[in-house]
Design a protein around this ligand. Structure first.
Ligand SMILES: [Zn+2]
Ligand SMILES: [Zn+2]
Length: 264
């Protein structure tokens, strides 16, 4: 066991050990093309050592301030890299994903369609520091999510904007999943789950952020929405660390059939 892993285990708030759901792949991993601390090769090697059968490099879109890829063309470079190393890992399928940013209130994202076509799948997520498409987005969404911290009266309004923007996005694009839904940017999980059922989009249980937790998943378990469990690893040590996902899903009574990457 890595030292960092041992340390993390000792800090668990809940005892997550002893839950049985297992996962064969991790689809939300950052490399140093965005804000990950290791190369594509190092992250893939970590997935191999962890015994995963599938792994995806899903770096931040270019409009994520300070952390995104330099331009969306970089995904093609990552794709070439993946192709180069694939033959070294006969038992590991290596995929190219992306964690796109939403830059407009109508669900516009920061990766153009020529590039999304080249991805194995697309994920989208709300992040607080994103370069918006226009002023109205800047005002309502980027600034709104900051102001809400000091002006609680705006909370409901901002929550509705966040929810509506995400719904527009999954309606507009073919998304595998919404990453960390509601993290630091509130959403109406029930409304979001409904839209995700219609568009066949999964909601992510993000084990790095340990979000969403049992309470939120319980709220939406009856919607029929699917889930995916991802590490959001920025370091090799976190790749495939998915125990928090089994804890949350089993506590909330979500069966493995509703979890895209669970071993059935
Ligand atoms: Zn994210
Ligand atoms: Zn991420």
């Amino acid at each position: 066991m890595y030292i960092t892993e041992a340390k993390k285990h000792s800090l668990f708030k809940f005892d997550e050990r002893g839950f049985g759901m297992k996962f064969y792949g991790d689809y939300h991993i950052h490399s140093n093309y965005s804000d990950g601390r290791a190369s594509v090769e190092e992250m893939v090697e970590a997935a191999h050592l962890k015994g995963l059968r599938e792994v995806a490099i899903s770096d931040h879109g270019p409009n994520n301030i300070g952390t995104g890829v330099k331009s969306d063309q970089k995904y093609l470079e990552i794709k070439r890299k993946i192709k180069e190393i694939s033959s070294e890992y006969p038992n590991l399928k290596i995929l190219l994903g992306a964690e796109a940013d939403i830059i407009g209130l109508e669900g516009e994202i920061d990766i153009c369609s020529e590039i999304t076509k080249e991805l194995d799948f697309l994920m989208v997520g709300l992040h607080p520091y994103v370069k918006p498409k226009n002023l109205s987005t800047a005002w309502n969404y980027v600034l709104g999510n900051q102001l809400v911290k000091i002006n609680k009266g705006q909370q409901e309004k901002i929550k509705n904007i966040n929810t509506k923007t995400l719904i527009e996005t999954v309606n507009k694009h073919n998304c595998l999943a919404i990453t960390h839904p509601g993290l630091k940017m509130e959403v109406d999980h029930k409304e979001l789950a409904k839209a995700c059922v219609k568009t066949d989009t999964a909601l992510e249980i993000n084990t790095s952020h340990r979000f969403p937790g049992v309470d939120i998943v319980l709220e939406i378990v009856n919607s029929g929405v699917n889930f995916i469990v991802n590490s959001d690893a920025h370091f090799p040590e976190s790749v495939g660390e998915l125990d928090f996902g089994s804890y949350v899903l089993e506590k909330a009574g979500v069966p493995p059939e509703r979890v895209l990457n669970s071993v059935k």
